[in-house]
Design a protein around this ligand. Sequence first.
Ligand code: ADP
Ligand code: MG
Length: 572
Amino acid sequence: MNKQNFSDLGLSPEVLKAISDLGFEEPAPIQAAAIPVLLAGHDVVGQSMTGSGKTAAFGIPAIELCQASDRTVQVLILCPTRELATQVADEIHKLSSHKKGIHAVPIYGGASYERQFYELKKGVQIVIGTPGRLMDHMDRGTLALDKVKMVILDEADRMLDMGFREDIEKILQATPKERQTVFFSATVSRQIRDLIERHSKSPKSVSIQQKEVTVPTVEQWYYETPQRMKFEALLRLVDFHGYKLGIIFCNTQRMVDELADDLIAQGFSADRLHGGIAQAQRTRVMNKFKKAEFEFLVATDVAARGIDVDDLELVVNFDLPYDAEDYVHRIGRTGRAGKKGMAVTFVSGRDIYKLQYIEKFTRTKIRRGTIPTAGEVEERKVESLLDQVRDVLNRGNLSTSQVDRLLEEGFSSTDIAASLFVLLGGPAAETRPPSGNAAPPAAAPETKKPKPQPSEPQPSLRPPARGMQWVRLSVGRETRVTPRDIVSLLEDSLGLPGRSVGIIDISIGQSFAQVADQYVDVLKNGPRKIEIQDGFVNISHVPVQRKEREYAPNNRPDKPKYSKKEFRKKKY
Ligand code: ADP
Ligand code: MG
């Protein structure tokens, strides 16, 4: 298909800049089709499936229509629910962020009238609201609609289902007759046709039908995980299944860059492809990936179009695609030539609805999976290590000269064998509960540990996630402390919202948690001691450096700063 660019659609530089800030690489089909028709001033009935980008399809022309110098309501967007009104308002805010003097405000039930009244009085060009509350404001005389140039009914079918018909008609009647009237919906029922007929002038119909698709026979799994836990989930799945070659899809260039950096910081070999990278470089990356010269390619849909790699084990939808067709294209990159492939999709928040739609559209079942626990990952790694050892043992023909030397030096054969496991990346002595006469921890070979901390035992923590820092709490598993307890301890002592706590790792005698940067400052001058029911808990900062931006594999030093073994061994 010949795809268009946003820059072909006749948009202002301010809006184009906002679109590029959002990381949208190219218009979604409904956007490419509807935006020019809306800009030309026609009434429009737009139809495309959920998650296909309808908001920007009407939001962009709405913003372009507004006169910044005039602070009266010029665009009215009706939404069925408060949640949708907020979402649409958020997207309009982002899309208009470079347009000076354009203001948009959501108006919905359940929020204070005073605040909404204040906002409206200040003067806004775009009002996004639910019909009920808009009617209230009209009745109170706090919302004037006589300068409205465009009315948009988002999810029009749903509004009718919810019984808003009468309110909608009244609101439409309160706006000037020569307005532009726009309907957007995933479905267009008879009811809505009736409404359209009575309230619009020769509307143009813009409809994006999903094409029939053949879904490749790959195993499809989804994992529900909050956004901030996705990276951890990815690491665990990769460690657990031992994937060696895969593509990871993100929706924006920024996310691609972040994720590629994060993977490299964890010692993987990874590279990236997105529309912001020069073509010559893209070709280089692509060729290297085809030759499996690195493990994971992080990419946007646009950049990965046309990639043809055999033996791809894994496709990850780090972000759910906004288009069901893209989902099919993405997962079709694995399972080629009858080989078995795996498609993994991370789903956060309301993505689950989009996923259900994709299931319906593709007529396949995407199975729900659970992320393996840190313990399961560890267990699996040990098993595979043992398998490898058994293999070698079964093959026989082993030379024992090195072992003999060590035996002569007085080491026992079990200790020699155990230390070889440590060298292979198996669990080291330091993961065991500290006990009085524990042997000194075996030193990991050749790898530099992060800077030792003066006063505390140095845990082997992986670098924290972006924007996070590790803190240590002097309370461990033996007290039956739960992750929830840790969160409330942190909430109480550092005054942070529970949402800003990331990964929590509870071991014996101590626990670690990742906490958003801004809440860690209070610990920079020393630990905090907080009283609990039967004693005290010390909370301290554990500085572990993030590895900053480094491109793989070109600019990679021969050895990653953090060895894969050191950081992926344990501590989740
Ligand atoms: P719909 O209203 O059709 O259900 P939305 O407008 O809510 O869909 O869009 C779904 C998601 O897709 C949003 O997260 C939005 O930011 C994103 N999106 C929209 N247009 C694009 C685009 N051109 N490129 C990438 N992502 C997009
Ligand atoms: Mg929508």
